[in-house]
Design a protein around this ligand. Structure first.
Ligand SMILES: Cc1cc2nc3c(=O)[nH]c(=O)nc-3n(C[C@H](O)[C@H](O)[C@H](O)COP(=O)(O)OP(=O)(O)OC[C@H]3O[C@@H](n4cnc5c(N)ncnc54)[C@H](O)[C@@H]3O)c2cc1C
Length: 376
């Protein structure tokens, strides 16, 4: 049996509020902590755990009623080099190989110092999360290739980002890192030397609170939900559909810039081309990795599916109507549906089209007869 799922544009836009640094008329702080973390995604919660391990009192501020973030929308997969899970699977890995892979894939554009840092620290960090904070992360063999010379992705048992975030929240609970939800940080209070002294927090009902802190961690993710920032930094994506968390307004970046920090890679983005349209479910990439292909509305294959999975939206958007079909056979579907929440969701919402022959599939997808047969 042959199957396919429709995919389309991958960015949309949301805009809100203005962020600032307040240096004058700083109000008294109602309460203070050693470390304030802004944002309860995977980054913020991991930072909170590290601060607790260092013996600091920590409060995580999260604007949503329930931590969700882009983390929950993702696969929950994290790269790690030289982990215990790799060793247990007999996989030899080392920071230099990771560095070489990243530099090759990015054609030398990745920041060398940052790449070396991630290469060195990713493995120990994952081992610390699994070993010390009981956040189980299993080595994944479904996402191989794509530039990595050996399996490096580590993923929670249920294979989704919501689970990863839940595991991290539980770990924070055990470690004594508190999370305050419905707490949107709107401004930072800083002294004349740009040292952050505290935060202004908006709570439900218009209540405003002021928190003093010894240090602040800005873990508010990127700026994909902020149309003005996307248009200014990534003009080619200004009118594309955004499929990340709407809380990604670039707050941390704007505060950092206002405090004099430099920014880098502002033009970088992950542009998936396999977002089911209109269902808004990511069609699993293992379907493509394991031999499926993309065909446009005319039934023609138009790109090498594995050349740049994170930039796939560019060739997809260039197709007629800005859409494409992910085409795969029943065997690949059966294998995928076992491990992929998204594939099960696509089935549940009736997003897949089926045919026992090419002709049936062409009819189901309404592509011109015989075209898809040329695609492969
Ligand atoms: C569909 C999809 C697929 C992805 N696939 C991959 C992949 O294959 N590989 C990969 O490495 N990454 C992938 N990612 C990206 C990855 O999920 C993110 O980079 C990562 O989860 C970011 O974590 P974070 O903690 O920085 O941000 P988030 O999880 O977004 O958390 C940030 C939090 O900060 C909160 N916040 C923001 N501003 C404020 C404020 N002013 N006050 C209080 N709280 C605030 C937000 O509400 C949010 O909860 C994918 C993302 C998506 C959406």
């Amino acid at each position: 049996m042959l199957e396919s799922a429709p995919v389309g544009r991958s960015f949309h836009t949301v805009m809100e509020g203005s962020m600032g640094i307040i240096r004058d008329h700083i109000p008294p702080f109602e309460f203070s902590v050693d470390v304030a973390v802004v944002g309860a995604g995977a980054c913020g919660l991991t930072a909170a755990l590290a601060a607790r391990d260092a013996g600091r009192e920590v409060l995580v501020l999260e604007r949503d009623a329930r931590p969700w973030g882009s983390t929950s929308m993702s696969l929950g997969a994290v790269c790690g080099v030289g982990t215990a899970a790799q060793r247990a699977a007999g996989i030899e890995d080392d920071p230099q190989s990771f560095y070489d892979d990243v530099m090759a894939k990015t054609e030398g554009r990745a920041d060398p110092a940052l790449t070396r840092l991630i290469a060195r620290e990713s493995g120990p960090t994952l081992d610390w999360l699994t070993g010390h904070h009981a956040v189980p992360l299993l080595l994944d063999f479904k996402w191989t290739g794509l530039g990595h010379s050996r399996p490096r992705l580590h993923i929670p048992p249920g294979r989704n980002g919501e689970e990863l975030l839940g595991l991290l929240q539980n770990a924070c609970g055990r470690a004594g890192a508190e999370i305050m939800t419905e707490a949107r940080v709107t401004d930072l209070y800083a002294d004349a030397d740009d040292r952050v002294l505290g935060l202004r927090i908006e709570r439900p009902g218009g209540v405003v609170e002021h928190l003093g802190c010894g240090a602040v961690v800005l873990a508010t993710c990127g700026f994909g939900g902020n149309h003005a920032m996307v248009a200014a930094n990534i003009p080619e994506m200004a009118n594309a559909k955004y499929f990340g968390h709407e809380g990604n307004q670039g707050d941390g970046i704007l505060w950092g810039q206002a405090l004099g920090a430099a920014v880098g890679d502002m033009t970088a983005y992950q542009g998936l081309g396999t977002l089911a349209d209109p269902q808004q479910i990511v069609v699993p990439h293992p379907l493509l990795i394991e031999g499926g292909f993309l065909a446009n509305a005319e039934g023609r294959r138009f790109t090498h599916e594995l050349a740049n999975i994170s930039g796939m939206c560019v060739p997809v958007l260039a197709q007629p109507g800005g859409i494409a079909w992910v085409v795969f056979d029943g065997r690949r579907h059966d294998a995928c549906v076992v491990h992929s929440v998204e594939q099960r969701q696509l089935v549940e919402v009736g997003a897949l089209r089926r045919g026992d022959t090419w002709a049936e599939l062409e009819q189901a997808c309404r592509v011109p007869a015989s075209a898809a047969r040329l695609a492969g």
